[in-house]
Design a protein around this ligand. Structure first.
Ligand code: PEP
Ligand code: MG
Length: 560
């Protein structure tokens, strides 16, 4: 008998029928057992160490991250600490390793130097690799995938998704995560059908089950019968045909019937995303989530490391805009190498621009990298989570210092680089017209704006029904921000997920939005809406939608 699951919200559309590959969370806690021979424990450690050394040495050839790991594993300190715990204290190898790693990481963590402090995370990474060897488990959960599969997992991190082989992985379903969570965004960027936040998926699926998923509608069938298989094969065909039709729009500009053109740009997190996005004839990058560069790292990326990435981005976009958002960390996003203090309300806490303004060296390294990249294309800077004019003024002062230092060093950059801000807080909506005097462009971040306007945590499944960007308060905010921006003659874009909602396209167009930025895979869908309407018609439509003062009546109106 097949089993069905239905999810309300889609994460990344598409149809897939394939075998399930279940990723079990690996338990790396050390086992407690009494040892029978010290020699055996020592030799288990020496074996694990030799294999891990070999692996790391190979990885280190192409990566600075692993060069750091190499130094740690080659250092005699770790080796001697483990051996002495076995020989002198009669501890088993797993306990000995776990304690030694904790002690060495603590020493690094206590150091004053930021760089050395960050090495604590590397020590722990090396420890995890060794523990995997001792327990006989793989540290790459995707290593054994050699056929087409749908991944089933508790959760996936950005570094997990970097390990995924797209030749075989055809979709994924996770127990945790929301529509605007990083795992959803990554799925859309990769163009993989995915559903996240699926309650009970881990307990319902076992390895090798067949999964039929219509991620566009939120339907999952586990072990479908012949009729259901037939139905999903048909859906798959239809979806492919639809995608083909939409693909034909790719070379058209997004212009309404009466001639208003809007920009359709891509949201990206890394160079791979950009390489995929530029194939779709996009108008540029409306949001480069630079925090992905920091999250996929073992240390704060240096100016040089970032420069290489941003320069590549500028070159790939070949004169089209590349909007780089400065580090937007905190909230639900952490860094493996930086210890954030515990916060009662992280979304209302130390995040985004607040961190940049405090960790000034980190901020300057990023700004200089962006400035230097601006010599190679049309690069723009965007500040996240702004709530006050003072923040803009201070950030721009630091930017000016960076420019001055580059000038003094005779390093080229775009002297007229545009600087914009995200509108994603109630404060920035209310004071939008004033803010517009200080920046060159706005980009509305509806993911956070919706959460802060409605006071609904964007990742909380319990209240996910309340999280709705069609709420009149959010629509009114968008209207106000676009009007404020236009009054001060600056362009207003949107890079929150709402920009990719086909139901919202006509409203946003009618409200005067200049740029829509979204996962590249969604662009044609929105373009279709723009091509099929006129600006005049869209303005009327937007006015009518905004006459509705409850979410229900807005949703009813849209259905008509
Ligand atoms: C947003 O808040 O809408 C946004 C685009 O930023 P992020 O999703 O990265 O918070
Ligand atoms: Mg945001």
């Amino acid at each position: 008998m097949s089993k069905k699951l239905v999810v309300e919200k889609t994460s990344s559309k598409g149809i897939v029928i394939d075998k399930a590959y279940v990723i079990q969370k690996i338990d790396l806690s050390p086992e407690r057992y009494t040892i029978s021979s010290k020699e055996d424990e020592v030799s288990k450690f020496e074996d694990a160490l030799n294999i891990a050394k070999q692996e790391i040495a190979n990885l280190a050839k192409g990566s600075e991250i692993f060069a750091g790991h190499n130094m740690i594993i080659e250092d005699i300190t770790l080796h001697d600490a483990v051996i002495s715990k076995i020989n002198d204290d009669s501890k088993n190898v797993q306990i000995a390793l776990s304690e030694a790693i904790e002690e060495i990481a603590a020493i690094f963590h206590m150091m004053d130097d930021e760089y050395m402090k960050e090495r604590a995370a590397d020590v722990k990474d090396v420890g995890s690799r060794l523990m995997c060897k001792l327990k006989g488990v793989s540290n790459n959960p995707f290593e054994n995938i050699k056929e087409n599969v749908v991944i089933i997992a508790e959760d996936l991190t950005p570094s997990d998704t970097a390990l995924i082989d797209l030749n075989f992985v055809k979709g994924f379903i996770t127990e945790l995560g929301g529509v605007t969570s990083h795992v959803s965004i990554i799925a859309r960027n990769l163009g993989l059908p995915a559903l996240v936040g699926v309650n009970g998926i881990m307990s319902s699926v076992k390895e090798g089950d067949i999964i039929a998923m219509d991620a566009s509608k939120g339907n999952i069938v586990i072990n479908p019968d012949e009729n259901e298989l037939e139905e999903y094969r048909k859906l798959e065909e239809e979806f492919k045909k639809e995608e083909e039709l939409l693909k034909q729009l790719e070379n058209l500009k997004a212009v309404t019937k009466d001639g208003r053109e809007v920009q359709l740009c891509a949201n990206v997190g890394n160079i791979l995303d950009i390489e995929m996005a530029v194939k779709h004839n996009i108008d540029g990058i409306g949001l480069f989530r630079s925090e992905c560069v920091y999250m996929d790292n073992t240390h704060f990326p240096t100016e040089e490391e970032q420069f290489e990435i941003y320069k590549k981005a500028a070159e790939l976009c070949n004169g089209k805009e590349v909007t780089i958002r400065t580090l937007d960390i905190g909230g639900d996003k952490s860094l493996p190498y930086y210890k954030f203090d515990f916060e009662e309300n992280p979304f209302l806490g130390w995040r985004a621009i607040r961190i940049s303004l405090e960790l000034e060296d980190v901020f300057k390294a990023q700004l200089k990298a962006i400035l230097r990249a601006s010599a190679f294309g049309y690069v723009r800077i965007m500040y996240p989570m702004i709530i006050s004019i003072e923040e803009i003024v201070r950030a721009n002062q630091i930017l000016e210092e960076c420019k001055k230092e580059l000038r003094e060093a005779n390093i080229k950059f775009d002297e007229d680089i545009e600087v914009g801000m995200m509108i994603e807080t109630p404060a920035s909506v209310i004071l939008a017209e004033e803010f517009a005097k200080y920046v060159d462009f706005f980009s509305i971040g509806t993911n956070d704006l919706t959460q802060y306007m409605l006071v609904v945590d964007r990742g909380n499944k319990r209240i996910a029904d309340m999280y709705n960007s069609f709420h009149p308060v959010v629509l009114e905010s968008i209207k106000k921000v676009i009007e404020a921006g236009h009054k001060q003659n600056i362009k207003v874009g949107m890079c929150g997920e709402f920009a990719s909602d086909a139901r919202a396209a006509k409203i946003l167009l009618g409200l005067g939005l200049d740029e829509f930025s979204m996962s590249a895979s969604e662009i044609n869908n929105v373009k279709k809406q723009i091509l099929e309407t006129s600006y005049e018609e869209a303005k009327n439509y937007a006015n009518q939608v905004l006459e509705n003062k409850t979410v229900e009546s807005v949703m009813e109106f849209l259905k008509k």
